[in-house]
Design a protein around this ligand. Structure first.
Ligand SMILES: [Zn+2]
Length: 256
């Protein structure tokens, strides 16, 4: 029996409610969808992220928080398309403001889940989200690549002590999947033969439009930004591997 058939039977027996507010007979109601367009911007050092900020669809509270927890921890995969749409709206607006055009290949790098989370959940929510996000951005003429280049090191755990600044400075590093990066290099070469990754590794030098000319626009995507230590760890690991990160986006931000 297929998953979709089982889901259909489950729906007939117990019609679902909104993942955010439990309103009956919908996946994510219109009101909760609107909550995902209350964009939040948090300052990050431009030496770390080219755009000097992390962008989130909304604050991590109320229906948004409930919907993300339902999606991630309870496997409510029907919500993925709504999260992908919300992120697409935010990213398209950011690309427009930054002057990134479809000439620039887009690279989406999902933040990694821990091995234990993958085992417990049985799926990788961020990869699924990025795959649907890539499809949406492609429909706007962008060449989009999802690159799962990051993995958590065995035995690494989130830091839970110290101030936000201390936690960011002690952010963990991630293992780099070289094969995924090779795919990234190959894909970039296909899209832009004259492209050199190192050409955009110093975002602080020159104007953003100049440094981004035809080069790939690399984005780290995560679900929630709490202290920022996960995003910072992702970016530092990628930079050490020679991949500059231009922007970071999350579904929600705890503060900012
Ligand atoms: Zn709702």
């Amino acid at each position: 029996m297929t998953y979709s058939l089982l889901r259909e039977i489950d729906y007939l027996l117990a019609p679902r409610g909104c993942a955010g507010c439990l309103q009956p007979d919908c996946v994510l109601c219109h009101t909760c969808q609107q909550q995902l367009d209350r964009w939040v911007e948090r300052d990050f050092p431009s030496s770390l992220i080219c755009l000097g900020a992390l962008f989130s669809c909304a604050r991590y509270q109320g229906p948004v928080r409930h919907a993300i927890l339902t999606w991630k921890d309870h496997g409510d995969r029907e919500v993925t398309q709504y999260f992908a749409s919300a992120l697409a709206r935010l990213i398209l607006r950011t690309l427009r403001v930054t002057g990134v055009s479809p000439d620039n290949p887009l690279v989406l790098i999902p933040a990694p889940s821990s091995r234990s989370s993958l085992r417990e959940r049985g799926w990788y929510p961020m990869r699924e989200l990025c795959t649907q996000l890539a499809a949406l951005l492609s429909s706007y003429g962008f060449h989009v690549h999802v690159c799962c280049a990051l993995h958590q090191k065995r035995g690494s755990h989130k830091s839970v002590t110290g101030s936000v600044r201390q936690r960011q400075s002690k952010s963990r590093t991630y293992q780099i999947n070289r094969r995924q990066l090779q795919f990234l290099f190959d894909a970039q070469a296909l899209c832009s033969p004259s492209l050199s990754l190192s050409s955009s590794s110093s975002p602080s030098s020159g104007s953003s439009s100049q440094s981004l000319s035809r080069s790939p626009f690399v984005m780290v995507i995560d679900d929630i930004c709490t202290t920022g230590s996960t995003v910072v760890g992702c970016i530092r690991s990628l930079r050490q591997a020679g991949v500059p990160v231009h922007a970071a986006f999350t579904l929600a931000s705890v503060s900012g």
